[in-house]
Design a protein around this ligand. Structure first.
Ligand code: 13P
Length: 287
């Protein structure tokens, strides 16, 4: 059964590790992530952007697929199904469709409007036991059409949003979606510390997990980050393994064109990436 992310994140915060959010695109992605989470006895969050939701024909399809897999694969670890960078309307749709967690990204609104909209969703989520993530500042770069300038969060604004009763807070600290440019100055730990001071115990979320060096990840966790989002890195590993399979002509040998064979190396590559991240985040054995 899907669970809210609240308990797993509070435990991660107290135990000084982070739960990974891995974004899904299709059945292979979902199956690979769930397989590794179960194997490593790690809690996990499946992230769904609105673009990925549309691609998979809608949020209800995803809820059906994930619930089916939890049962058929006999998954015992805590799994949350979470909307990533949701709009106000998208968040409401996901709540109705049966997601156990949502993110409302109101970071592009003036702060008062972000607060107002977040509050409405917090009230709805509280009634239903759904966890909710809010965002202040912005994550740089682009993800599925959501573009951010990467400005660092204002700690006072973070407090105002945290006080609404959100489950977790994404604060921009110089993190970027996608690959980091060579001249990236690194995470702003100064901002992270200032935010933490204002929001106290609130589990913090680090977006843009792809390509952040291990020492920065560890420091971020020590400063209150309890959830780390990874998307691009699984896409890169999938693409690389699939390209290799085709370049080696394996799709033309025997029944190598069978989609189950063609997609297998990519699915294995996603598993390796998820395994590596769960080990780095410290969530192994924490289910
Ligand atoms: P990356 O694609 O950079 O890993 O970021 C994922 C993310 O933050 C999802 O919201």
């Amino acid at each position: 059964m899907l669970v809210s992310a609240k308990e797993m994140l509070n435990k991660a915060r107290d135990g000084k590790y982070a739960v990974g959010q891995f974004n899904i695109n299709n059945l292979e992605w979902t199956k690979s992530i769930l397989t590794v989470a179960e194997e490593l006895k790690s809690p996990v969050i499946l992230g769904v952007s609105e673009g990925a939701g549309k691609y998979m024909t809608g949020f209800k399809t995803i809820v059906g697929m994930v619930n089916g897999m939890l049962e058929e694969m006999k998954i015992t670890v805590p799994v949350a199904l979470h909307l990533d960078h949701g709009t106000f309307e998208g968040a409401q749709k996901c709540i109705r469709a049966g997601f156990s967690s949502i993110m409302f990204d109101g970071s592009h609104y003036p702060i008062d409007e972000n607060i107002e909209k977040t509050k409405i969703l917090v009230d709805a989520c509280n009634v239903l036991g759904v966890s909710i993530e809010a965002e202040v500042g912005s994550i740089g770069g682009e993800e599925d059409g959501v573009v951010g300038l990467g400005e660092c969060a204002d700690p006072k604004e973070c407090k105002a949003i945290a006080d609404l009763g959100v489950t977790m807070l994404a604060a921009g600290i110089g993190n970027i979606h996608g690959k980091y440019p060579a001249n990236w100055p690194g995470l702003s730990f100064e901002t992270l510390e200032a935010v933490k001071k204002e929001v106290g115990d609130m589990p913090l979320v680090l977006h843009g997990g792809t390509g952040i060096p291990a020492d920065m990840i560890k420091k971020a966790i020590s400063l209150g980050v309890a959830k780390i989002n990874v998307n691009t890195e699984c896409q890169l590993s999938f693409a690389e393994a699939t390209r290799k399979y085709i370049e080696e002509g394996k799709d033309q040998q025997g029944k190598g064109f069978d989609p189950r064979k063609l997609l297998a190396p990519g699915a294995e590559a996603i598993k390796a990436t998820v395994r590596e991240k769960m080990e780095l985040f410290g969530s192994v054995g924490k289910a």
